[in-house]
Design a protein around this ligand. Sequence first.
Ligand SMILES: NC(=O)c1ccc[n+]([C@@H]2O[C@H](COP(=O)([O-])OP(=O)(O)OC[C@H]3O[C@@H](n4cnc5c(N)ncnc54)[C@H](OP(=O)(O)O)[C@@H]3O)[C@@H](O)[C@H]2O)c1
Length: 320
Amino acid sequence: MTNPDDTGVTVLGLGAMGSALATALLDAGHVTTVWNRTPDRAAGLSARGATAASAIGEAVTDHPLVIACLLDHASVHETLDPVVDRMRGSVLVNLTTTTPNEARELATWAAGHGVGYLDGAIMATPPMIGTPEASILYSGSEEVFDAVRPVLDRWATSTHDGADSGLASLFDLAMLSGMYTMFAGFLHGAAMVGSVGVSATEYAARATPFLSAMTAGFAHHAGVIDGGDYTAPGQQSLDFSDLSHIVRASEEQGVDPVPIAAVQELISKQIAEGHGAEGFARLYESLRADRADRADTADQAGRAASAASADRADRTEALR
Ligand SMILES: NC(=O)c1ccc[n+]([C@@H]2O[C@H](COP(=O)([O-])OP(=O)(O)OC[C@H]3O[C@@H](n4cnc5c(N)ncnc54)[C@H](OP(=O)(O)O)[C@@H]3O)[C@@H](O)[C@H]2O)c1
C-alpha cells in the first residue's frame, strides 16, 4: 500500500470501521469525501484532508465510487433511498454487515437504479485495516470487483467469492457462527473451573493451546462430510462421543450446561436415529439444510425483502 493514488472515493458511515477505511484511503493518497449521519464524527478525517460532505446527496455525487459502512441493511436503505436516483452509473461497495438475502436484495435494488453493486464482508477489526492480517470477502459482479480492486486492496487482502451477492455475507456469518459458538464453549469452561475459584485468566492460558490444536479437527471432519461416509475408519463414534458426563459435571458444579447440552442434544438425536456407531461429523446431518427446503426459504426471504423494498420505495416517493 505504498503508491499514491488520486482515485476519488466517497465513504458513508464514520463509525469505528468506516473511519478506519477512510483513514487508509487518505493515507494512500485517495481523494476522499466522507459523510456521516452525525456530522461531528467527520472532524478528525477533515483534519487529515478528507472533504466532509454536508449532505448525503453531495456525498454520493462527489465520486463515482461510493463505499457504505453503516450499521445494518435498514440503515443503508434509509441513507441511500432518497438519493439513489442520483447515483446512476456509480458503483456502490457495501461493507455494512447484512444477511445474504439482504445483500441480494440490495444488489437487485442497486441494479434497478443503474448502480453497480459489490457486497463485502470485513473479516477484521478497525485497527487491522491496512495491515496484512486483514481480509475482506466480496461477492457480486466480478467486473465491478476487478474495476475497483486497486482501491479495495488498500484495506485488506481482497477475495471475490462468486457472482451471488449473498456469498460474502454467508461466509462471514458462517465463520462468525463458529467463532461465537467456540467463545460460548470457552466461557462455559471458564465458569466450570471458576466454580472452584480458578481465574478465567488461568483457564485461558490452559485452554488456548489445547483448543488451537483441536482446530486441526476441522479438516478431518470436512473430509468425512465431503466424502459422505460416516462409517469410514478413523472416526470417533457418536456412542464414544456421548457428552452426558460433561453436562452432569457442569450441573454438579452449579454451572448452567446450556452450550454443551446443545451439542449433546445433537449427539443424542443421531444416536436415537440409529447412528451411534458412526462418526462425530454426522452431527452435520442434523444441522444441514434440506436443499428443497433451503431453496423455498431463500425464495420466501427474497420475496419478503422485495416486498419490503417496494414498501420503502412507496414511502420514499411519499416523502418527495
Ligand atoms: N467494528 C468491527 O470490528 C467490524 C468488523 C466487521 C464488520 N463490521 C461492520 O461494519 C459496519 C460498521 O461497523 P462500526 O464498527 O463502524 O459500527 P459503529 O461504530 O457502531 O458505527 C455505526 C455507523 O453507522 C451509522 N448509522 C447507524 N444507523 C444509521 C442510520 N439509520 N442511518 C445512517 N447511518 C447510521 C452511524 O452513524 P452515527 O454516527 O450517526 O450514529 C455510524 O457511522 C457494521 O455493519 C459492522 O457489522 C464492523
